[in-house]
Ligand binder design. Structure first.
Ligand code: ZN
Ligand code: ZN
Length: 291
């Protein structure tokens, strides 16, 4: 096969790099074939984001069409219409193409500047896993404070209100937000690994990709509107999930964090009737003590 095709390059790369695994050879062939790292990283990032975003959201849209899942819908009276979902999909795509796409070409130079590795072999699964776990924790803290700030009057009215258009969210609504909000909250997702790399000097761009994929899936699932018996929150009680974020959309207040429940718990910003009841009981108890 000719070397000017991707598969031809892959065959050539495979011949001389027998120590690399299949995924590493695919990766090396991509960068060799493209001969332009900025373009190679840019195209890969954009295609990956779109595929994951729309693929995962489509999965939730299909779940919405299956009657079996209706019993797991959190706000069961509010079913998003097909028109609403199409409109949301179109507006998110428009924002991806006009706001995200121009910025994505800065991604490779940014990674190079901060010393992220793009070479093969890849880091071990163990290393990727613990680094990603750290990014989840850092991003969640950033998200909590920035999201909470966005509920302050002027910021809410001018920026965050757009995201709250859907009081009963669905997967596609995860990134339905003002471009300013996408940039501020997106900084937590892109900035956490960059800060980590500045401190440790040890991060592969693949780890960053897997982290972004997991974070995008987390955001979509949190907006899905479905609390399934096998949702992660049932196995990891501190995981936020859909149940946590759905209440935020329903009540417009409380539950500001993204992935975990600890910030809202510790700072007493949990949303929902149970949290209000606990708050009331605490208040009554302290009033009784004061008497
Ligand atoms: Zn909000
Ligand atoms: Zn939301």
């Amino acid at each position: 096969m000719a070397q000017d095709t991707y598969m031809g390059t892959f065959d050539e790369v495979s011949k001389y790099n027998i120590s690399l695994n299949y995924a590493e050879r695919l990766w090396l062939a991509w960068y060799t074939y493209m001969q332009n790292d900025v373009l190679a990283t840019g195209i890969m990032s954009f295609v990956m984001h779109e595929a994951i975003y729309y693929g995962r959201s489509l999965m939730w849209a299909i779940v919405g069409m299956i009657p079996y899942f209706q019993k797991y819908k959190i706000q069961s009276a509010k079913i998003p219409s097909a028109y609403e979902q199409w409109q949301c999909a179109f507006l998110v795509l428009l924002s991806h193409v006009t706001v995200e796409l121009p910025q994505i070409w800065l991604f490779h130079p940014l990674c190079q500047y901060f010393g992220l590795s793009t070479t093969v072999p890849f880091p071990s699964v163990y290393k990727m896993a613990y680094q990603i776990a750290i990014f989840f924790v850092i991003e969640d803290a950033w998200h909590y404070w920035m999201h909470r700030a966005m509920h302050w009057g002027p910021l809410y009215k001018n920026i965050h209100k757009i995201h709250h258009q859907y009081s009963a969210p669905f997967g596609l609504a995860a990134e339905y937000a003002s471009p300013i909000e996408v940039m501020v909250l997106g900084f937590g997702t892109v900035g956490s690994p960059i800060i980590w790399c500045c401190i440790t000097g040890d991060l592969h761009i693949l780890t960053m990709y897997i982290w972004i994929v997991l974070r995008v899936c987390q955001a979509i699932d949190a907006h899905s509107g479905y609390e399934l018996p096998w949702s992660l929150h049932h196995f990891l009680p501190f995981w936020a999930g859909a149940e946590h974020h759905d209440v935020h959309h329903e009540r417009f207040i409380g539950n500001y964090s993204s992935s975990f429940r600890w910030w809202d718990f510790v700072l007493d910003t949990e949303a929902g009737p149970e949290a209000s009841k606990r708050r009331r009981e605490r208040k009554m108890a302290s009033m009784k003590k004061a008497q």
